[in-house]
Design a protein around this ligand. Structure first.
Ligand code: ZN
Length: 399
């Protein structure tokens, strides 16, 4: 027996007179319900508009036309991220969308969408939310991720509203980028719901708030408890010592898509690698180090050994479980240099602070104000340059 399958758009389906090709049936309340039989990417039959365009226009190299050009190596980029902005695909005929893909851009991951929702409408006025995501993450550049939801109604208009990006910033000079957005029709019998990839908890300590995001499920619960405890005990101390006007809202993300130990980026966001914390569940003062980075807010021009040396100096100064984690500052050994950063520099900083009380706060202030330089700072604070100080340290490194 011959069995027809329809691969055509609704306009042509009628020609092959196959009932399952019908896009839908009009129900009593005038909404169209799905009777589609085959999954289909319908993006190209719609027209894209955006509320915030690339400043060079839709057809520019990074204009909005790149968002639906079916080419994941091109991208749409804007220079002033607005959490209320949206991208919209308008179809000449209603579509029953139940999945979509987003492809990360080829550039800095801080510009990737993190929180968004998909809404739909038939009149452009009343919008129905079909899907919402928060604290999503792309593991690599130009990665395509698919998100599914259940929907059997047909709509002419679909919107993607990105309300948060990885950098956790909004406003002028905050870049947003997305390589591709595709809308997909899915037959009702094949529809699924992509599970949320993050659990989100908010912890308040005095005037400070931590949003703890867990995108992993197999790290010991004690790690989360411990990292939150470090926030509660230490963030206010680091802020009070180095930068009283530092951010009051910070974010920890246990993120399997981040490989490393931990890293701070954007506006007060720390990513933690669950693989590291599975094997090092006691190394909780990594958070003390990272929170120092949040407080530092150096704008550039500061040597890495100063930035990282100060972060480990702070961990040494106020860490709550360094000993439990077997974390110590290594004794001086020949071959080391103050530019080695991290613990080697931190030990030198401890030595300096003992001989020049308050110098670490001054070092941080100079770095934050953009006035630090290797030549002048140490001379003016100690009458010796940093190389001479390191020589003194080598000769008598006791702390
Ligand atoms: Zn660091």
């Amino acid at each position: 027996m011959l069995k027809f399958s329809c691969f055509f758009t609704p306009l042509f389906c009628v020609l092959v007179a196959h009932s399952s090709c019908n896009k839908g049936t009009i129900s009593q309340n005038n909404s169209i319900t799905s009777t589609i039989t085959k999954e289909q990417d319908v993006t190209s039959s719609g027209a894209l508009t955006v509320s915030t365009e690339n400043t060079s226009g839709a057809q520019a190299k990074e204009g909005s036309s790149k968002l639906t050009d079916n080419n994941t190596s091109t991208k749409f980029l804007t220079y002033s991220f607005d959490p209320a902005s949206f991208m919209q695909i308008s179809f000449p005929k209603e579509q029953v969308v139940a999945a979509y893909t987003l492809t990360s851009g080829d550039d800095a991951q801080g510009r990737d969408p993190r929180d968004w929702k998909i809404t739909a409408s038939n009149d452009g006025t009343t919008w129905i939310q079909l899907d919402a995501r928060q604290y999503e993450s792309f593991g690599f550049r130009t990665q395509t991720k698919r998100f599914s939801f259940k929907n059997i109604k047909a709509y002419k208009y679909y919107r993607l509203n990105v309300s948060g990006i990885n950098d956790n910033r909004v406003g002028p000079n905050v870049l947003f980028q997305l390589a591709e957005w595709r809308l997909i029709e899915v037959p009702e019998k094949d529809q699924t719901i992509t599970p949320a990839s993050a659990t989100v908890e908010t912890i308040t300590q005095g005037k400070y708030t931590l949003t703890y995001v867990d995108r992993s499920t197999d790290v010991l619960p004690s790690v989360k408890v411990g990292l939150i405890d470090v926030f509660k005990k230490n963030y206010s101390k680091t802020v009070a010592t180095y930068h009283p006007n530092a951010l009051t809202n910070i974010v920890f993300i246990m993120n399997p898509e981040y490989k490393g130990v931990a890293a701070t980026y954007g506006a007060g966001v720390v990513r933690y690698d669950p693989v590291y914390f599975k094997t090092n569940p006691l190394d909780l003062d990594v958070a003390t180090h990272e929170m120092m980075h949040i407080v530092q807010e150096y704008s550039g021009g500061v040597p890495g050994w100063v930035t990282e040396g100060l972060a480990d100096y702070e961990r040494y100064r106020i860490g709550i479980s360094n000993a439990t984690a077997n974390w110590t500052l290594p004794n001086y050994q020949s071959g080391q240099n103050y530019t080695d950063a991290y613990r080697i520099t931190a030990r030198f900083f401890v030595w300096l602070e003992q001989r020049n009380p308050g110098i670490m706060v001054k070092l941080n202030n100079a770095a934050r104000m953009g006035t630090y330089n290797n030549g002048a700072f140490w001379l003016s604070e100690t009458t010796k340059d940093v190389a001479q100080l390191w020589n003194d340290y080598k000769l008598n490194p006791g702390i």
